[in-house]
Design a protein around this ligand. Sequence first.
Ligand SMILES: O=C(O)CCC(=O)C(=O)O
Length: 411
Amino acid sequence: MRRKHGHLRRGVSLHGLCCSLLPLWLMNDVSDQSALESHFHQSTTTNSANGGCYLKFCAPNPATAGSAAPKMQLSVKDLVESNCLSCVPSEYVCLKTHEDSMLSETETIPTIDFSQLTSPNPNQRSKASLQLAHACRHWGFFMLTNHGVSETLRDEVIRAAHDFYDLAEEEKRKYAGGQLFDPIKYGTSFNPRVDKNLFWRDYLKIHVHPQFHAPTKPPAFSEILEEYCKKSREVIGKLLKGISKSLGLEESYIHKRLNLESGSQLVVINFYPPCPKPEVTMGLPPHTDYGLLTLLVQNELNGLQVQYNGKWVPVHPLPNCILVNTGDHMEILTNGKYKSVVHRAVVNKKAVRISIGTAHGPPLDTVLSPAPELLSDDNPPAYRAITYRKYVQLQKNHPLDRKSCLDRIRL
Ligand SMILES: O=C(O)CCC(=O)C(=O)O
């Protein structure tokens, strides 16, 4: 029998979880926390009297109860694996507005052929460069084909991610320290310290450049991740050269200006367990990414949606492509010419979805500001200068409320 009770900490409190899952007869009693807790200590099953929502609880694990393990909410994986979940706890229910439900199934994000962007043929290069400029300006997202990262490596990194989440919760919680710039951070939801809701995803965030870090388990995880990160940096390096040129700048402009040799690379491994009622919750809320560019790969399940012309465009990636999006620092650098676009992740009923993003940016203490070469009297700076580190702190200290953190530094 799986340990449950020992995991209940801030966020999904025993009280909060119960309010949404308890049958009505017991909900009348929820103000009496001690009665409730003693109920759970005594019972493993609560009958459903309120339309099928019931909760099965197990006794705390004596090995870990009361230990000094770092505080973290119950992971969604653990919540789901309690084997009792027929509805979504109220903490995860997102009230959706009319716009939230407006999907555009007819639009598709653009595709860029990497082999053309890097082709020795100048005509092919300049055609691909125009397409790149269009994608960055109007969509902030594109599918990258013929990128040179093998399917085997992508499958391996996704498999390794799965294996990480299959580790015992105690092993994963070694990384649940919760400090913003911890080299490895395991957690759940989006920004639970400030958000009103919890979100249906667990995450592992790893800083992999300029210093490489990785969890020690599962075996081979570190090696596969390092290889994947190295390959992604190669792709990013070439994409940034293409982007510099598409802006009319020297090929190495972005590299030199932002000191990208020592740039930061952050890997975010998202784990979205299947959800009993995907329509009432969200994997990730609408947000933008910090950094210059993010590469994203996923397992066979879709879930990403991108905002375009006021609607949500569900992304159906082409086989073998890598998804790319321009981040907030690209929008700052280009003074708003290339957009960092709001996106979100929805969840599904069927199976676990995994996505792996790698966000590439300058070193954390680099000051970000619009490139002077792109400014003019008609196009004055639209964002105030800020370091990457301060920008991340700004995002983490405020709820997003469906907006981009860029709104906080717009002039
Ligand atoms: O899972 C996805 O498709 C989106 C991931 C994402 O937006 C993020 O990690 O910031």
